[in-house]
Structure formats: C-alpha cells, structure tokens
Design a protein around this ligand. Sequence first.
Ligand code: DSN
Length: 414
Amino acid sequence: MNTYRSLRESDKEAFDALKGEMKREENGLELIASENTVSPAVLDALGSVFTNKYSEGYPGHRYYGGQEFTDIIETLAINRAKVLFGAEHANVQPLSGASANLAAYAALLAPGDTVLGMDLSHGGHLTHGHPVTLPAKVFRFVRYKTEPDGTIDYDKLEALAMTEKPKLMLAGFSSYTRQLDYERFTSIAKRVGAISMMDMAHIAGMIAGQALPSPVPHFDIVTATTHKTLRGPRGGLILCKEPFAKAVDKAVFPGVQGGPHMHMVLAKAVAFGEALRPEFREYARQVLVNAKAMEAEFTALGYEIVFGTTENHMLLIDTVKSRGVTGKDAQAWLDLAGISLNKNVLPDDPRGPMDPSGIRIGVPAVTTRGMKEPEMTRIARWIDRALLSGGKKRILSVIRKEVKALCKSFPIYR
Ligand code: DSN
C-alpha cells in the first residue's frame, strides 16, 4: 500500500487529511451507489507525471509539442473503450459525467431545442434538464416520469414525444433501479425523428461486465462516467455512432473544455483494460447478486422498496414510510455507525432534497471489497438497527465497532 512518504514529509496538514480519509474508507462501509474503490494501478496512473502535460486536440492533431506519449495513452484509452462497449467512436476526454452530457447537448442541439429527459425525483439526473442547471436555460427540457409500480409507461412516453416533438430523447438515471427497454425507447425516438441518447453513468460497469444489456448498439450517443460501477478514475466518456463522431469531438474540445487531464486519460486506459478481464465479469455479476440479497433482507424486515424492486446495483428505500425516519436523519445516524450512503428524493417527494423521504443504497464498493450475500444481510440488519436507534449515539457506536470488525476481514488495499 502506498505510504505517500513525500507528501507526509512536505505537508503534514494535507497528509493528515489524506490519512484520515484512508482510514475512513478502510474501516467503514461505502454504500454510496456512485462510488467504488479503484485498483492500485489506477491510483498509480492518477499520481503520474501525465498531470504535468497540456494536450489540447486529439491524437495526431495537438496544439502543443511533446505529445508522443500522450498520443499513445489516449489512443489506448479510445481503443479499449471501443472494444469494451462495442462502440463505433469514443471520446475519453470529458472531465466528468456533467461535462460529457454538456458536450453531447452542444454536439446535437441548437438553443431552444426540446429534449425529453427523466424527472429528477423519479430517478433522473440534475444534468438531464433540472431547472437550476445551465442546459435548462439554453434548451427546452420536458420531463417524463415513472409509474406507481416503478416502471416506465412507454405508450405514455410515445404520446408525450408525439406532442412535444423533441430533437433529443434522453434515457438514463442516477437513482432508478429498473431496467429500461432500450429497443422500445429508441424506436419511439426514431418514430418522432429524435436523436436518442443514453446516460449510462451508473451502470457502465455492469454493462462492461456483461451483467446488464448494453444500450450502445441501440442509441445514437451514450455518455458515462468512468468511476461508478466501472471502477476507474473520476471522469467522463462519450460513445457514439460514427456520423456523430466529428460533432462530439468538436463539442468536447474546443466546445466545452480546454486541455484534457492526461493523468485521468491514462487511468481510464488502465481501468478499461481491467474491465476487459474475466474477473471484472465476476465482479459485475456479484454486484447484481448482492443488490438482490440486500433487497431480500430489507423486504423481510418490512421495508418499502421504491420502484418495486432492483434490477441493477442500487436500492431506494422509503425510510419515512418504513421506519418514520427522514432521509437526512438516516444518513446522519448511519454516518455515526460507519455506514456511508446518501439521502435521496423519491418520486414526487413531498419533502425537499435536503431532507427527503428516503435513502439510496449501492453495493458496488462493498462488492469490490469481496463482500457477498451473507455480508449484505448483515449490512441490511445494521441499517435497520441504526434507523430504529432514534439516533442514540450509544447504539450507533456499538454498530460502528461491529462494522469495523467486518471491514478488517475485507481490506481494501493490502
Ligand atoms: N453524484 C452522482 C450520483 O451520486 O449519482 C451523480 O452525479
């Protein structure tokens, strides 16, 4: 394990915070659905000299000199992304999922164009047209919702698309637990003459690991982050069909970004390489099994599972209905118990986003640590005990000790 000797010797304040975070991750359970634990090789790449380099442009067409090695790593990342997802074109420069989505909008839309996107409280993402975001001020977003049983009514979506005549139909989510019907979605887009786009940020790793069906053959353009289930560095990715390639590349640079972060590009290449190995398929399969095991235990304990069930790596739970505890309190109490997750709005939540009615639970990071079904059952029971604690510190610190003991048997970095 890296001891960060240079940092320790040169900046104690910064090093102490880093040490604190390392201990927090080692001794606690990470259940934030968008987080994971990267490999030591990805960490090495992120801490490499590529952070020193400016590389505006693309391999073979850069604005500055000294690009012989940046060209190698970006080409490696592009080629691996294309193989991993069976994509015609890949852009590996987006700094984040939000930049990837912004670049996709810039590539495909003119100001004032209409986009259909999923409502935030029904599982969509801020960048899918929430009124507080810049894209919502430039384009006209119309939001679709889920049904009370947690599914999407595609007939209703089609009727909405016929009325609104969108230029772009956007699928994808950050807190939705059901599988989308990609064929149906894209056939509606075709029927109304819209471009189809999928934001697969949350499930990119599940798709790379072949545990979930791929949207890539169906959609014109697919955006992703590289750090969630995909288990790479923080960053974004755009995949598209060849006719959109030029517009996408121009939109990323110089459209919405300057120089790419080449240490991140190297780390993406490494992570894509890891995702191409057979072990990654086993991890992706186990993520699904673990999510189901956790759902089974919460169901047995009488919890209200939002959207009916999970078909991916995360679960949404109505903590107000299930235990009379708000999402904010649940998150705070669980933090004290060494369990990290996030409060989450539920469909048409009557409560605000800072103190919503539920929580979101994800299993990718604990699966990466090697935990399986028996541990999922224990974690669900700890969460239940914490929610029943009324926030009493004595009870939460007992759970914290038990959590720490389990974590010792599943070290993150040996
Ligand atoms: N913040 C990420 C998530 O938690 O889903 C999405 O941007």
